[in-house]
Design a binder for this molecule. Structure first.
Ligand SMILES: [Zn+2]
Length: 424
């Protein structure tokens, strides 16, 4: 029994009580019956009659090639900035250094605003248009905010972004350049979300914060990363997918994506999922180590890490992310800022990919899990690089030398070369 009359490919399904709802004219944020979180489930039998591996392979890359598996009533008016279809690098040099056979980087820095957050943004903004909304609002420490502002600009919607004061200026400027209005909040990202959630009723805002309890539709965007990994590996599932975790939405979405392709018969097995957090803010890893349930994850307090984008003290999608880790027989691990920065430099130097600290925590996690014997050397590993280093110069600067400066003089070149030679 489904509430409401509309007929779509999908319904909204309550995590807690199991109630199902059709997607009606007004956005739903939580279950009307019990207040539980909502997830989107599809009519997979119907979809399997429409698409198969060959159909997907014939389409142009990007988030919207999977439109049958995204929660839109009418996928004809897409707001597209070129999101998705990102490169899966085979990291041969890096694999050699880490002593593993097969290692891949899913390079989400190549999205239009430099992060995977363009995937939830394109879905969220299209839903806003579908619901005839004029202004959107989001809490963000600098990845989802600029992404939402960019898609709002393209769609002609007003956009307010609530950012914690620790947000790097590169990201504030990025929002403003897309016409978004930034409000800086003296608190953590979790406190920003609380504030926004209280205010949204009063101001009638449509919230696109990238957490399922804030907006269940946007949460469908990032699962297309899992779809693309399957396709790029010629439908062979990797043994491990290693993902940085802040709020937990990305990991939850990845697991959903792999499970959906498994359900549709496009892949034959599921990967193990590893969650990586920064030691200075690791509420999910703590719960995992203490063998707690998802709903027992505790608020971490003040984050102390330069991996700002994953410094989420209370992960709103943490419960589902932790369950996904356990269900997949995966693992959760925390890494230090030092380990993160080392990997940021190493990825740049070996593969030509410049990641932000949060975006490369995954690789630091890979290294640690290989060392601990959790990941075996012969296993096929994918790590997700979630955001561009161009969004956080201050952290990257810590790993860089001050380059020599010379006069316009041929003889001075020699001393400059010597300087670099000594740095090796
Ligand atoms: Zn419910």
């Amino acid at each position: 029994m489904v509430n409401g009359k509309e007929n779509t490919n999908y319904v909204l399904n309550c995590f807690t009580c199991g109630e199902k709802y059709n997607d009606l004219q007004k956005p739903m944020r939580r279950c009307k019956k019990c207040g539980g979180n909502l997830r989107i489930i599809y009519n997979y039998d119907k979809i399997a009659r429409k698409i198969n591996r060959r159909v997907l392979e014939s389409r142009k890359p990007g988030v919207w090639k999977y439109k049958e598996l995204l929660p839109l009533k009418n996928a004809s008016k897409i707001i597209n900035l070129g999101e998705g279809g990102t490169k899966l690098h085979k990291c041969e040099k890096l694999a050699k250094i880490l002593g593993v056979k097969e290692l891949y980087a899913k390079d989400e820095t190549r999205n239009p605003t430099g992060t995977f957050k363009d995937r939830p943004a394109t879905v969220g903004i299209l839903k806003a248009l579908e619901f005839n909304i004029k202004a959107v609002v989001i809490a963000s420490d600098g990845n989802a905010g600029p992404a939402t502002a960019a898609y709002a600009a393209k769609a002609g919607l007003k956009c307010y972004v609530f950012m914690p004061v620790i947000t790097p200026w590169e990201r504030i400027i990025q929002v403003e350049m897309f016409g978004g209005k930034v409000i800086r909040v003296e608190g953590t990202i979790s406190e920003c979300i609380d504030l926004l959630t209280k205010a949204q009723e009063q101001y009638g805002w449509y919230q696109l914060t990238t957490a399922i309890p804030c907006n269940p539709y946007q949460a469908e965007g990032p699962k297309t990363i899992a779809y693309e990994i399957c396709e790029d590996l010629k439908w062979e599932t990797p043994d491990w997918v290693v993902i940085p975790v802040g709020g937990g939405g990305l990991l939850t979405a990845n697991w959903k994506g792999f499970r959906e392709f498994f359900r549709l018969g496009f892949i034959k097995k599921l990967p193990k999922i590893a969650a990586v957090q920064a030691e200075g803010c690791a509420p999910l890893v703590k719960a995992y180590n203490e063998r707690k349930k998802g709903e027992e994850i505790e608020n971490w307090g003040i984050p102390e890490s330069l991996a700002i984008s994953i410094g989420v003290p209370f992960p709103l999608d943490g419960a589902s992310a932790l369950e996904a880790v356990k269900e997949s027989k995966g693992y959760a691990v925390a890494v230090s800022d030092k380990e993160i920065l080392k990997m940021e430099k190493l990825l740049g130097e070996t593969e030509g990919v410049f990641a932000e600290p949060a975006g490369i925590a995954s690789l630091a996690g890979v290294k640690k899990l290989i060392k601990e014997g959790v990941i075996k050397k012969e296993e096929k590993i994918v790590f997700e690089v979630t955001g561009s280093g161009l969004k956080d110069f201050q952290s990257a600067k810590k790993m860089c030398e001050k380059p020599p400066r010379i006069k316009v003089n041929l003889e001075e070149i020699e001393s400059a070369l010597k300087y670099w030679e000594n740095k090796r």
